[in-house]
Design a protein around this ligand. Structure first.
Ligand code: 4GW
Ligand code: MN
Length: 332
């Protein structure tokens, strides 16, 4: 009887101890950041300052997925962040966001309207946003009703013959637009493909110094399976890397997006001179850049999901979805 009583007390004490340890570790993360950041941070990577909004992230709220890279960048998953906290923070900071999107040739009629209409419902709602629509047919840009503080600018661009060039020339064009207009009005820039539709919150939690997206097809794959460019004659060639990033979404402060796009453009131009083209064009160059210049924030595939992959328990929210491809019509 006595032994049984003692065992019960011991058990209660043990549970209490677990609760206290859990609480202390939560407090530790809140004030000092995730311990992973401390021990594995390469010396050239800066720690986030103590009052940074990303210190509010609860990296341990998701145990089923990877929530932090080895260099200390958070990987954003539903449940890790408080959306209201982020929105309030960015409203107080006077944050303004530029969204660049290209709609050239048949892509304009096929995708732009749904892209913009859904962005009004889900992209950075509550913050000032300007859509920069790059197109060869300014008169065909559909009229979309925009919320307060939200505007749209059309930038006319030339239409390239080859679709690979349509895709690759985006890097130079974005860098130029940052120089000529974006940097004067916005702190952050997001660069997106047009063939996608927003389906749930894509909010201010996604903002960061430099932001990259995990490709939905490869987020569980190992480095050997990533489709990096492997041709040593291309400047995009890489033998290994951290992740396979999807070029359909990238962003950051205008300063870092300018560096990113300029560097990719330089690689693309050098390749052209040498008459080579990277396996996945601009995406291969982006992956090379992001391997050499680690992003400060990584977006989980929630931020660009493909229903072709199916439905997965870890991807609880589909914030942006790939639209139907219609390759037979579009790629002719
Ligand atoms: C093949 O015929 C083409 S056309 C491949 C891309 C094309 C294309 C792409 C285009 O004719 N017009 C256009 O505006 N784009 C832009 O480049 C558009 O913003 C599109 O989302 C982006 C990347 O092309 P994509 O979405 O077809 O590439 P993936 O297959 O990687 O999503
Ligand atoms: Mn696309």
């Amino acid at each position: 009887m006595r032994l049984c009583l003692r065992a019960r007390w011991l058990f209660i004490l043990f549970v209490l101890l677990l609760i206290v340890i859990g609480y202390i570790s939560k407090l530790y993360v809140r004030f000092f950041g995730h311990p992973v950041e401390k021990c594995l941070l390469p010396p050239n990577v800066k720690l986030r300052p103590g009052n940074h909004i990303d210190n509010s992230l609860d990296l341990w709220s998701r145990t089923d997925v990877k929530t932090c890279t080895f260099w200390g960048a958070p990987i954003m998953w539903e449940g890790m962040f408080d959306p209201h906290l982020y929105d309030e923070y960015h409203k107080n900071m006077g944050t303004s966001v530029a969204l660049t999107v290209f709609a050239i040739g048949r892509y304009l009629k096929m995708y732009l309207k749904d892209f913009l209409t859904s962005a009004e419902q889900h992209f950075m709602v509550g913050l000032p946003v300007t859509y920069y629509v790059f197109t060869d047919a300014p008169d065909s840009v559909p009229a979309v009703e925009l919320g307060t503080g939200r505007t749209l600018e059309i930038v006319q661009v030339q239409r390239h013959e080859r679709w690979q060039d349509v895709s690759m020339m985006r890097m130079r064009t974005i860098a130029d637009a940052i120089d000529s207009r974006i940097r004067l009005r916005h702190q952050y820039v997001f660069c997106l493909d047009v063939d996608q539709v927003f389906a749930a919150r894509f909010g201010s939690e996604a903002l960061g110094e430099s932001v990259a997206l995990l490709h939905a097809f490869f987020y569980l794959s190992s480095a050997a399976e990533f489709t990096y460019d492997r041709n040593p004659n291309s400047t995009a060639c890489m033998e290994t890397g951290d992740f396979y990033y999807h070029a359909a979404v990238f962003g950051g402060t205008w300063q870092s997006v300018k560096k990113m796009t300029e560097s990719c453009d330089r690689g693309i131009m050098t390749d052209k001179k040498n008459q080579v083209e990277a396996l996945w064009q601009d995406e291969s160059h982006l992956n090379k850049y992001l391997y050499q210049h680690k992003p400060s924030k990584v977006l989980s595939p929630e931020y660009c999901w493909s229903t072709e992959v199916g439905y997965r328990r870890d991807v609880r929210v589909h914030r942006l979805l790939w639209a139907e491809k219609y390759y037979d019509i579009l790629r002719t």
